[in-house]
Design a protein around this ligand. Structure first.
Ligand SMILES: Cc1ncc(COP(=O)(O)O)c(C=O)c1O
Length: 491
């Protein structure tokens, strides 16, 4: 192509690609419009249905609406309507199902800021300030666990990614090689989150032995764990990893971390603690003792997008000995050789992670600590603990309702027990009770199975949940279980 043609083509294309940079007026219009939509959403949250199922026409309606409008303001308005109308309102006060989400506005401000500036946060050469902030956030999390200066970690997209990182590092630190897989044993609990099995499947493709240690009172039975390990060693197997849970998703219960840690130490095994849901409750005076022994764990997962109420996309993994993390992910390429001049007092995230390019996730966490401080977080979590205790106490007093397990943190479960002499299946009754409770749409609860018993869970973790919502929940459960008891013949 002649040089002049090339130049004119480039100029013609630039006219088009230049539209990717909005004018200051456009930026302001979009920003104001987006913030108005968000403000409207947050202000209306108390009046919105906590859950609405997807109807057959909803997706087609949505597609029709967005096909007609192409301005960011109108597209975002359609998305906001869609998000409000179907699905769970994860940020709502009445969301008491699964593990409730957060969505602190301060976190959203941090995300907007981080995405618009788009610093390359992988290494200290490119963005020393971002890396300094990331490192401060890691150190704060490590201190929370009780780790000393030898510890290190990473901020990930969530608990599952953090778990995969932890188990990968554990494998390398314990020197587990493919030739050993068939004789190596990993010990999980009955209530271990499925992301641990998923991580093991990714890492070992089903080639290792995975033991599910039975529970006692719904937490890992450390005596049976010790027994099973002894049997496995006697049979020539190689136990190397125990996964304990610091707050199970099912019932919110904390495994006896200290006792499990003693078993791990005795056999020189790696102890991993999944504190994705519960770990931040270590801050609260009411529950910190449940986490004794946590600082002895080799690795711990926390989920700031749960226990710090941050927007989704913020998990964390911490290691007692941070050098294991550095060793597992040490790799580089010649295209990164200009990093040589980077300040060596800063640790670059890319040297401690599978990720190279990453969003500036730590900004939300750091901003939370700087703006609100640890005390506000502790008080907010203590409020959730007390709300769960209050709800559990009041609901346990309702006729035909039985609480399933003790209450450690901010989750408990209950089921409906048909009156004496009534032969109806209690699982069928409880399922119907759940349907009735959720039909109120002020609250949203979910269920689980505990030894084949269908139970309804109450999980309190939204920063927006206060006593008014819990009082409504108690009224709804009381009213619906009374109505159910009166109408059992309809089942
Ligand atoms: C105990 C526990 N571990 C791990 C996870 C997975 O975390 P994420 O959803 O952030 O990937 C969860 C999620 O609810 C959890 O409750």
């Amino acid at each position: 192509m002649p040089f002049n043609d090339l130049q004119s083509q480039i100029i013609a294309l630039a006219a088009s690609s230049a539209s990717l940079e909005p004018t200051p007026a456009e930026r302001s219009t979009w920003q104001v419009a987006a913030d108005k939509l968000v403000g409207d959403f947050i202000d209306r949250l108390p009046t919105l249905k906590m859950f609405s199922p997807l109807q057959p026409m909803t997706l087609a309606d949505f597609d029709r609406e967005v096909a007609q409008n192409l301005s960011p303001e109108l597209l975002l308005a359609a998305v906001k309507n869609g998000l409000t109308q179907v699905g769970i309102l994860t940020g709502g006060a009445g969301h008491l199902g699964f593990i409730p989400g957060g969505g602190l506005y301060l976190g959203a401000v941090a995300d907007h800021f981080a995405a618009a500036i788009n610093a390359f946060t992988a290494d200290a050469f490119s963005s020393p300030i971002a890396v300094h902030i990331h490192n401060q956030a890691i150190r704060w999390l490590a201190n929370l666990i009780g780790y000393n200066e030898s510890s290190w970690g990473d901020i990930t997209s969530g608990g599952s990614q953090a778990t995969l990182t932890a188990l990968c590092v554990a494998r390398d630190a314990c020197g587990i090689k493919p030739r050993d897989y068939a004789i190596t044993c990993v010990y999980l609990g009955e209530h271990t989150h499925h992301c641990c099995r998923k991580s093991l499947d990714i890492l070992f493709a089903g080639d290792i032995q995975v033991r599910e240690v039975p529970s006692i009172n719904h937490v890992m039975d450390h005596a049976r764990l010790a027994n099973q390990i002894a049997i496995d060693i006697e049979n020539g197997l190689k136990p190397w990893l125990i996964v304990a849970t610091g707050g199970s998703t099912n019932l919110g219960l904390v495994d006896p971390i200290s006792e499990i840690g003693s078993v791990a130490q005795k056999h020189k095994m790696w102890l991993h603690v999944d504190g994705a849901y519960g770990g931040f409750f270590k801050l609260c005076p009411e529950t910190s003792a449940l986490f004794s022994g946590l600082a002895e764990a080799d690795s711990v997962v926390l989920d700031p997008h749960k226990g710090m109420f941050l927007p989704y996309g913020c998990g964390a993994v911490l290691f007692k000995d941070g050098t294991h993390l550095g060793r597992a992910f040490a790799a580089t390429g010649s295209y990164l050789q200009d990093r040589n001049g980077e300040p060596n007092m800063l640790r670059s995230p890319m040297d401690y992670s599978m990720e190279l390019t990453r969003p500036f996730r730590s900004l939300r966490l750091w901003l939370f600590i700087k703006v609100y401080g640890e005390n506000i977080l502790t008080n907010a979590l203590s409020e959730k603990l007390l709300l769960a205790r209050y709800a559990c106490k009041q609901i346990s007093a309702i006729e035909n309702i039985v609480i399933t397990s003790p209450l450690d943190l901010s989750i408990f479960a209950f089921h409906f027990e048909p009156p004496t002499g009534d032969s109806r299946d209690r699982n069928v009754c409880t399922k119907e009770l759940l349907r009735r409770i959720n039909s109120h749409s002020e609250v949203f609860l979910t269920s689980t199975l505990i030894d084949d018993l269908f139970v309804i869970r109450v999980a309190v973790l939204s920063f927006r949940t206060h006593i008014e919502t819990i009082d409504s929940l108690i009224d709804i459960v009381s009213q619906e279980s009374r109505l159910l008891a009166q109408n059992l013949e309809s089942l």
